[in-house]
Design a protein around this ligand. Structure first.
Ligand code: ADP
Ligand code: MG
Length: 250
């Protein structure tokens, strides 16, 4: 078996007095898509934020990738957060949004030619048109915004991508092509992915391994075939399982 890219052992996170993660043991396997499923409030986002070192934790999160992980926010880990709402709040173009992230200097100094070229390459990588650069960032569609955020997360060439319900709020057609893109990035670039998704048909089609989180613990884990059946889903989702039944494919 390939060694894990990240091994998580005895991970505990307490936030505002709540024990959110209570002794999580899990591996993120190199080169694979690992899917994290569980009810709302089960701690999925918190687990991603612990891997990013954005929340205090006890236990071990060990990276086996040859990079130094003693510092905050390992920069070869890309992250697409859950529900970034820009509507009406960011009156700047996609070009300026990307420039703010890519250049460590104020926009009024202008955007370097090399950075302008880099933006076109970044958008091409995620199948987005360079015409997006001129559009206001708060007026593009949910699917377009997710591609822009994914393009940023892929810079510069992370070994691990953390995707937190990346297609929530995206049209169905756009969701399909977004997940195809994720699967292609995994196949062609070998980037390892930890994907939080509520869509069990997406999980069954694209994940290699499934982690089921319940009440801050990994309740069960295995291949999609092993996990996406009535008995396992009832363990993870309880009575709410029916909500997810539409995505249950054999
Ligand atoms: N900063 C915080 N302070 C207190 N409780 C928090 C904080 N962040 C998250 N929680 C709680 O932790 C639990 C897990 O949250 P989260 O990781 O966002 O779950 P999920 O992503 O699975 O929906 C929830 O009960 C949530 O209310
Ligand atoms: Mg969440």
């Amino acid at each position: 078996m390939t060694p894990p890219l990240v091994s998580i052992r005895g991970l505990c996170v307490t936030l505002g007095g709540n024990a959110v993660l209570k002794d999580v043991h899990a591996d993120i396997v190199r080169g694979q898509i690992t899917s994290l499923i569980g009810l709302n409030g089960s701690g999925k986002t918190t687990l991603l934020r612990a891997v990013l070192k954005e929340v205090p934790y006890t236990g071990q999160i060990s990276f086996h990738c040859g990079h130094d992980h003693t510092h905050q926010n390992p920069n070869h880990v890309g992250y697409v957060p859950q529900k970034l709402r820009l509507e009406g709040n960011v009156p700047i173009t996609v070009r300026d949004l990307l420039a703010l992230a890519l250049q460590k200097r104020p926009l009024f100094f202008g955007i370097k030619a090399a950075v302008r070229a880099q933006m076109v390459t970044m958008l091409a990588r995620v199948g987005a048109s360079p015409a997006l650069l001129d559009r206001p960032a708060d007026r593009i569609s949910g699917g377009e915004l997710q591609r822009v955020l994914l393009a940023l997360a892929l810079e510069p060439n992370p070994e691990l991508l953390l995707l937190d319900e990346p297609a929530a709020g995206v049209d169905f057609q756009d969701q399909e092509s977004f997940y195809e893109l994720i699967a292609r990035l995994n196949r062609e670039r070998g980037v390892s992915i930890l994907l939080v998704s509520h869509d069990l048909s997406v999980v069954s089609r694209h994940a290699h391994h499934v982690l089921c989180l319940k009440d801050g613990l990994i309740q069960c884990q295995g291949t999609p075939r092993e996990m996406l059946n009535d008995a396992m889903l009832r363990q993870t989702f309880g009575a709410d399982r029916a909500v997810f039944a539409h995505g249950h494919h054999h």
